[in-house]
Design a protein around this ligand. Sequence first.
Ligand code: MTE
Ligand code: MO
Length: 202
Amino acid sequence: MSPISHGFHRRHTVPDGAADRVPPGQYVTDGFPVLSAGPTPHTPLTEWTFSIRQGSSTVKSWTWQELQQLPAETATVDIHCVTRWSKLDTEWRGVSVDTLLDQVEHDAGYIMAFSDGGYTTNLPLADVTGGKAWVAFSFAGAPLEPEHGGPARLLVPHLYFWKSAKWVRGLELMDEDRPGFWETYGYNMYGDPWKEQRYQGD
Ligand SMILES: Nc1nc2c(c(=O)[nH]1)N[C@H]1C(S)=C(S)[C@@H](COP(=O)(O)O)O[C@H]1N2
Ligand SMILES: [Mo]
């Protein structure tokens, strides 16, 4: 250690030129922490479906095979967890939520993502359309690990990572916004990392 120390040590360094990609209050990590509110579900792919629901009815549903036949995209994005880690240039492959919602006629303003295990999270429709969100099934060139949400998770990188529901099984179309799992426990309804919208009232 340098004999001249200001007592300030960055636990993690921001790569050159990337400072403007790290939202306030976040640090950059090369690791990939696992944050799950419950046990990791293991739904067999033969039983897996992705459904769009409205009220009590399923308006559209894809099997795993059907989902794989839709056009997939690669997304290289930065992700930001509310527990303050950010990870830059993460590489995902998945189906754009636009591709899925294009097959459904609706005028919903919000969606609730729902997952195996009961996790939910709410999002404005505008935040999962327009090329901003994916149902991702691959990470860094390999099938998505169960701990990180495999077989498929929602990926909404411009919002805090709790909005990226792991083990996602579908989207419920809603006319009005409603809190999901963490939002019920005081997390922000929207979760913009650039505005540090961590908790209710931020
Ligand atoms: N189904 C489900 N999705 C979830 C969670 C969860 O507990 N269950 N945790 C959220 C939170 S708080 C974060 S930060 C990220 C963590 O994703 P990771 O474990 O792949 O890092 O998943 C989000 N999606
Ligand atoms: Mo999180």
